[in-house]
Design a protein around this ligand. Structure first.
Ligand code: PEP
Ligand code: MN
Length: 373
């Protein structure tokens, strides 16, 4: 059960103290408090965990300081959508809005290789008015003998170049908690020219200790990729690990499932789950067409499979796209074969706009027909 308190309630106010006194005396109930600092107000939510079945919603709603009560199902307590639950489905980070209601594009390098390539990439993004990118510094690789990413050595120039080209958020995978600290330090040293969205990759979706560590920090939002060989429910529970530790600025990423049934794509594209994740949870949903498709194959209509698959995610309401580009894919150290070229960026963006407009028109048509019924 979640008690949503009156906005901006003070923790030393009489009603807050009375409420806490009452809740602490409830038998077999533990309480967890979460504060959500929005642009306009602070929302305090009290999570009651344990033997809540015997509590009356009516009674709890009349306790001092309580505005609303939500009874949550066992699953996805923090991030889930529950009955009569109108908690926010968005958050702001470094001036960018992440929600189930909008779309952000993170085009960039799968792996950082040279400062020149990073700069070419960022300059292309700026030309198109984009403010987010992806830049892998820590790469989880199948073989221990392949390039593992430049790690913390590349962070200063990645962040400085991001600042130079007005990039506000860089999505960057971390595979160990020490990487979070390294990113924090590099941002400090370079004077915070940009922001970072920590990415937890598909190989670490169920690395629970990593999830707990990343969930305990509130500095960076997190993009959690779906596990490639587990159920959707298991991956959503992994997201809940982040939130239950305190970080609920989580975006959920679909990136295809590992099975040869999806051949010739690298992974079986699972973007039909975009609306499903939006229904089950309040997280914005990201699609990664590059790691789903894994090639530059094109359909007879002339469009690359990566474009088709992106459009499928966007027309279904995706809120973020994570996509590999490279100025010289032949020189890329990771995933060159799936990278889009910089001169394909304008067409890619136009295609995304068409799909997004189609999505918005579909939603409007749905609402119109519902009103008539
Ligand atoms: C990536 O985005 O660079 C990546 C490795 O993705 P995934 O974890 O989905 O394989
Ligand atoms: Mn990759």
């Amino acid at each position: 059960m979640i008690l949503i308190l009156k906005p901006d309630i003070e923790t030393d106010s009489e009603e807050y103290l009375q409420l806490m006194e009452y809740l602490r005396n409830l038998p077999n109930i533990t309480i967890r408090i979460h504060e959500e600092k929005g642009a306009q107000q602070v929302l305090t939510e009290v999570y009651l965990v344990g033997d809540t079945a015997s509590l009356s919603m009516e009674e709890m709603a009349h306790l001092p300081g309580v505005e609303r009560v939500v009874r949550v199902s066992e699953e996805y307590r923090v991030l889930g959508r529950h009955k009569d639950d109108n908690r926010p489905t968005s958050f702001e980070y470094n001036g960018i809005h992440f929600g189930q209601d909008n779309l952000n594009i993170f085009a960039g390098l799968c792996a950082v290789d040279t400062p020149e390539h990073v700069e070419e990439m960022m300059a292309a993004l700026k030309r198109e008015g984009l403010q987010c990118t992806r830049m892998g510094a820590y790469k989880p690789r199948t073989s221990p003998y392949t390039f593992q990413g430049h790690g913390k050595a590349c962070l200063p120039y990645v962040f400085e170049l991001a600042g130079k080209y007005d990039i506000r958020v860089v999505a960057m995978e971390v595979t160990h908690e020490s990487h979070v600290e390294e990113i924090h330090e590099a941002l400090e040293r370079t004077g915070h020219p940009t922001g970072v969205m920590l990415q937890i990759g598909t190989r670490n979706t169920q690395n629970f200790e990593l999830l707990k560590k990343v969930g305990r920090q509130q500095e960076f939002p997190v993009l959690l990729k779906r596990g490639f060989g587990i159920t959707l429910e298991e991956s959503l529970n992994a997201a809940e690990y982040l939130a239950s530790e305190g970080n609920r600025r989580v975006v959920f990423g679909l990136r295809g499932m590992k099975t040869n049934m999806g051949d010739p794509h690298r992974n079986f594209v699972d973007f039909a789950h975009v609306p499903v994740v939006k229904r089950l949870t309040r997280m914005p949903v990201c699609v990664d067409p590059s790691h789903s498709v894994g090639s530059r194959d094109a359909a007879p209509d002339g469009l690359l499979d990566v474009f088709h698959v992106t459009a499928q995610g966007v027309i279904a309401g995706a809120n973020m796209i994570l996509v590999d580009f490279h100025p010289h894919p032949a020189k890329a150290l990771v995933d060159g074969p799936q990278a889009l070229l910089l001169d394909e960026l304008p067409l890619f963006l136009e295609d995304v706009r068409i799909a997004r407009e189609a999505y918005e028109r579909r939603v409007a048509a749905g609402k119109r027909h519902q009103q008539r019924r």
